[in-house]
Design a protein around this ligand. Structure first.
Ligand code: ATR
Length: 277
């Protein structure tokens, strides 16, 4: 059996096994299985050794280990290095290599969104040119988001409850502007929630966006996909703004990871979407 896993803590909520096992079956990889495993930091070295001796073929890494896994790897690809974040691991030519597919997954959703809503398709590296983007949160996935937004020409503002963590990110991305929690940029086109607020149904981000009432151009993007509509997105929808949840980003990062492991580019089909509902 070829074993794949996703590690994290907590991990119960992860839909990755559902998606990857679906694709493994669909593409005839009948000797492959994908499981989730709740682990502690002290387990990381042992898990990497299991990849070294082929007991595990591929691994996804989620919160809070995306950075902590890096010292145990032999190599990380350039995007993972720039963002100090690894979510996919594979052994290649006897080296354990870390990749970051969160950023590319997020990028793909933006590219699709803007090429669908713009009549003229712009070059990817300029689709956010001149746009102000307001990011809430400075957790594990935020560097991947900033890097992709900068690649596409966006101006980044970032605000985190613990300001120091946003300041740390500014060291990686000097062009970003840090705002106090609760403050907003004067003008903004996109607001992205990268915090964990909203994972619990009643949680709310206490920032007032009523200045965006009936503004159909503004996009509110929540990286959370379960629940499907957080309060952040519900309020945006009721104001008349555009909204997007994290489901497509989740699926695209999974597509890129599956491709890294198997060289197959899997498809998002209706049956898969139904499974996630
Ligand atoms: P980690 O911080 O370990 O990487 P994460 O889930 O990737 O974990 O990130 C959690 C993010 O949600 C952080 O930006 C966190 O803010 P702090 O750095 O201040 O902890 C944010 N967050 C969690 N609960 C929050 C709350 N009640 N209000 C505002 N932000 C919150």
């Amino acid at each position: 059996m070829k074993k794949y896993i996703v590690i994290g803590n907590p991990i119960e909520h992860s839909f990755s096994p559902l998606v990857h096992n679906y694709w493994m079956k669909k593409y005839g990889l009948i000797d492959s299985v994908y499981e989730k495993k709740k682990v502690e930091e002290k387990d990381l070295e042992h898990l990497i050794n299991k990849i070294r001796n082929d007991e595990i073929i591929g691994m996804n890494v989620t919160v809070p280990f995306k950075k902590k896994i890096i010292p145990f790897l032999d190599k990380v690809n350039i995007f993972a290095k720039d963002t100090q974040s690894v979510n996919t691991v594979k052994k290649t030519k006897n080296k354990i290599v870390g990749y970051n597919t969160d950023g590319p997954g997020f990028g793909k959703t933006l590219d699709n969104f803007y090429s669908q809503t713009n009549s003229k398709v712009e070059a990817i590296d300029s689709i956010l040119s001149g746009k102000n983007i307001f990011i809430l949160g400075a957790g594990g996935v935020t560097p991947s988001i900033i890097s992709i937004l900068e690649q596409r020409g966006g101006n980044i503002f970032i605000s985190n409850r613990t300001r120091g963590k946003a300041e740390e990110l500014k060291k990686l991305f000097p062009n970003t502007q840090v705002l106090d929690w609760g403050k907003k940029p004067k003008a903004y086109d996109i607001v992205i929630n990268t915090t964990s607020v909203g994972l619990m149904k009643d949680e709310k981000i206490n920032i007032d966006f009523n200045d965006c009432n009936k503004d159909e151009e503004k996009l509110f993007y929540d990286l959370i996909y379960n629940p499907r509509e957080t309060n952040f997105l519900k309020e945006a929808r009721l104001r008349g703004n555009k909204t997007m949840n994290g489901q497509k980003m989740f699926l695209y990062q999974a597509i890129f990871a599956f491709h890294i492991w198997t060289n197959i580019t899997p498809e998002i089909d209706d049956e898969l979407i139904k499974l996630l509902d």
